[in-house]
Design a protein around this ligand. Structure first.
Ligand SMILES: [Zn+2]
Length: 269
């Protein structure tokens, strides 16, 4: 599933293709993904010029000079294809500029496309309760310390709560907790300030390393063979149950809340 680094890589890859470009054609090839495409998507985007691209949590934002922002989510299997030589069965949305064609491909259709006036983005339901961005300045040790005080839920589950930090998913929570030497099972309120001071940079480092590994262009990200740019070879613990940890111990796995947690009991206390 695309996590924050994949979405950030996608936005960075789309930027040189779309920014300052006029959208000349918008075509939906079916009525919906997770939910219907907006009825007036083509009407409001055709002829508009893209003024900026950005990311909020796991959503990509494409802003136009007509005061609208298109919000896309890649769901489980979504990816943008740049200049496809031919359209594929799951290319559900096509955008064209004077020089390029883009296709949003999503075989499982858990993704979404919405269009909102840019000035009312804060009212988008998925954005309303979001906590700070993990790569932004608002995620600090004092912030986490205050939010986690007295909480008996595990630090792992708390970090997955989008109200605490926006856009962190299972893979990068496992990796950040390993990098910070914090047991995922530890009650969130008992994580020391010193450990939180390791956790905040660890979160940024694992995300930035993944973004760097994702390549600098969308052509790298969405490879011609259709494979998404996952970065599994670089994980320290995620997906490595039973394999050796760098400390000489063994990576273990347990299930909680329907998700697998990977960790090293020797390194993480
Ligand atoms: Zn270890």
């Amino acid at each position: 599933m695309p996590e924050l680094p994949e979405v950030e890589t996608t936005v960075r890859g789309l930027r040189p293709v779309l920014e300052r470009q006029r959208i000349t054609l918008v075509q939906t090839r079916r009525g919906d993904l997770r939910r219907p495409f907006p009825d007036d998507l083509g009407q409001r985007l055709t002829g508009a010029t893209v003024t900026g691209l950005s990311r909020r949590a796991k959503y990509g934002l494409i802003e136009t000079d007509r005061g609208d922002t298109m919000i896309f989510h890649l769901g489980m299997s979504g990816r943008w294809r740049v200049d496809p030589s031919e359209l594929l069965p799951h290319d559900h949305l096509i955008l064209e500029t004077a020089t390029q064609r883009l296709a949003l491909n999503d075989p499982r259709r858990f993704g979404s496309v919405d269009l909102l006036p840019t000035e009312s983005l804060a009212d988008f339901p998925a954005f309303k309760a979001l906590g700070p961005e993990p790569l932004g300045p608002e995620l600090t040790v004092p912030y986490l310390h205050a939010k986690l005080a007295g909480r008996i839920a595990s630090i792992k589950l708390m970090l997955l709560d989008q109200r605490l930090v926006a856009g962190l998913g299972n893979i990068y929570v496992c990796e950040a907790l390993f990098a910070a030497g914090i047991s995922p099972k530890r009650a969130a309120g008992t994580v020391s300030r010193a450990k939180l001071a390791r956790l905040v940079p660890a979160i940024r480092e694992v995300l930035l390393a993944a973004i760097d590994a994702g390549g600098s262009s969308l052509r790298d990200y969405a490879r011609p063979d259709g494979e998404l740019g996952y970065f599994s070879k670089q994980f320290a613990v995620y997906g490595r149950e039973g394999e050796p940890c760098s400390c000489g111990g063994t990576v273990e796995r347990y299930a909680e809340g329907g998700r697998s947690t990977f960790w090293c009991p020797k390194c993480q206390k």
